[in-house]
Design a protein around this ligand. Structure first.
Ligand SMILES: Cc1ncc(COP(=O)(O)O)c(C=O)c1O
Length: 357
C-alpha cells in the first residue's frame, strides 16, 4: 500500500495533543471544516499555485481525498450517467462511478500525450458528464505539465464535461518537477474541482484530512451530501492540519527527498538485473512492466511468485484495472536498506528462475 512509513512531523503531533486537551474540541465539528483550516488551504493554493480560492464557497475539508472524491461523484453523477476514468486507475476513481450507479468509460492511460487525444475522442463521441484524472498518477507515476491541463480544460469546456482532478501527490515530486494544479488554468474553476490531501505531503495518512477545492456548485453539492453523512474531521486534527499547512512547508520537501532516494535505489537495482522501469517524477511508486517471460501468466501470479520466492510484496497491476495487468507496482514505503534487501531477493529469484529481464 502507499502507506507512508515515516512519522508525522512533530509540530503537527504536538498541536494535536494540545488541541485534544481542550474540551471545546471534543464535540461535533462542522462538516465542511473549520474556517481556519479552509483559510489555510486557500492560502496554500495562493502561495504554491497562485490560485485564488474563496474559503467560504470554494473549499471544503474532507475525511481524506478518498472520502471526498467518492461523495463528490455521488453528489454529481446521476445513475446511468457516463464518467470517463483513464485506466489503469487508483481504485476509488473507478469505483466511485460504480457506487454512484454511473456508467464507466475507460480510456487507456498508457501515456499522457496520447491521453488527450483519447479523451477528446471519448468526450466527442460519448458526451460523458464527468472525467476523473490524477497526476502525479498512482499507479503509473505519470506526470503532466500545465499545458496538459490547459488542453484538458479547453476540451472539457468544449464538450461540457466536468473534471475531477485528484492531486494527492502535490508535494511528492522530484528532480525539479513541479506538479501543477488544474485550477491554475484560467476558467478551470467553471468546470473542475481538485482534491488536495495532507496524507502524503505530511505523512498524515491515518489522520484522514484533505480538501476538495474549486467549482462552487460542486463544492456546495459535496457540502450538502456531507452535511447529511458526517460531522467533519475531529477538530484537533483539523487544527493540527492548519499547523502542517502554515508552518511545515519544508517537511513536505524533506519527505519527497526520502522517496526520491528510495526511487533511485530501487530503479537502479532493477536495471542492474535487466529489469527496466521508469523513474517517475512524482508519487511514491515505481510502476514496473513484468519481465517478458512472466508476463503471460499475469500480474497476480507474478506478484505471488515475488512474494513467495523473493519475499517482496508488490501490488499486482490488475488491482488498478485490466489495463494494469502487464505491470506490478512497488511502493517506496521501506527504508533504503530494506529496499536494497528486497532488490537482492528479486535478483536471486529472477536469476534462479532462469536469467534476468
Ligand atoms: C491518487 C490517490 N488519491 C487519493 C489517495 C488517498 O488519499 P487520502 O489519504 O487523502 O484519502 C491515494 C492514496 O494512496 C492516492 O494514491
Amino acid at each position: 500500500m502507499g502507506n507512508p512509513d515515516l512519522p508525522t512531523p512533530e509540530p503537527i503531533v504536538s498541536k494535536l495533543i494540545e488541541a485534544a486537551r481542550v474540551p471545546l474540541n471534543h464535540g461535533y465539528s462542522v462538516s465542511r471544516g473549520v474556517a481556519k483550516l479552509r483559510e489555510a488551504i486557500a492560502a496554500r493554493y495562493a502561495r504554491k499555485w497562485n490560485v485564488r480560492l474563496d474559503p467560504e464557497s470554494e473549499v471544503i475539508v474532507t475525511i481524506g481525498a478518498k472520502e471526498g472524491l467518492a461523495h463528490l461523484v455521488m453528489s454529481i453523477l446521476e445513475p446511468g450517467e457516463l464518467a470517463v476514468v483513464p485506466q489503469p486507475a487508483y481504485p476509488i476513481h473507478t469505483y466511485s462511478v460504480i457506487i454512484a450507479g454511473g456508467k464507466l468509460l475507460g480510456v487507456s492511460a498508457a501515456e499522457p500525450a496520447g491521453l488527450l487525444d483519447r479523451l477528446e475522442g471519448a468526450f466527442s463521441k460519448e458526451r460523458p458528464k464527468l472525467a476523473i484524472l490524477s497526476f502525479p498518477n498512482n499507479p503509473t507515476g505519470a506526470c503532466v505539465d500545465l499545458n496538459f491541463f490547459e488542453e484538458l480544460v479547453a476540451l472539457a469546456r468544449r464538450f461540457g464535461v466536468f473534471v475531477v482532478h485528484d492531486l494527492a501527490y502535490a508535494d511528492i515530486v522530484f528532480d525539479g518537477y513541479r506538479a501543477p494544479s488544474i485550477l491554475e488554468v484560467e476558467g478551470a474553476k467553471e468546470i473542475a474541482v481538485e482534491l488536495f490531501s495532507l496524507s502524503k505531503s505530511y505523512n498524515m495518512a491515518g489522520w484522514r484530512v484533505a480538501a476538495c477545492v474549486g467549482n462552487p456548485a460542486a463544492i456546495a453539492a459535496l457540502t450538502r451530501i456531507k452535511s447529511y453523512l458526517d460531522y467533519g474531521v475531529f477538530q484537533p486534527i483539523q487544527l493540527a492540519a492548519v499547523v502542517a499547512l502554515d508552518d511545515c512547508g519544508d517537511a513536505a520537501r524533506e519527505i519527497a527527498e526520502v522517496y526520491r532516494a528510495r526511487r533511485n535505489i530501487l530503479v537502479d537495482s532493477l536495471a542492474s538485473m535487466g529489469w527496466r522501469a521508469e523513474k517517475p517524477r512524482g508519487g511514491m511508486f515505481v510502476w514496473a512492466p513484468i519481465p517478458e517471460r512472466f508476463r503471460a501468466s499475469g500480474s497476480l501470479e507474478f506478484s505471488r511468485l515475488l512474494l513467495t520466492h523473493a519475499k517482496v510484496a508488490v501490488s499486482p497491476g490488475i488491482g488498478f484495472g485490466e489495463a494494469g495487468d502487464g505491470y506490478v507496482r512497488f511502493a517506496l514505503v521501506e527504508d533504503e536498506q530494506r529496499i536494497r534487501q528486497a532488490a537482492r531477493g528479486v535478483k536471486a529469484f529472477l536469476s534462479g528462475a532462469g536469467g534476468g529481464g
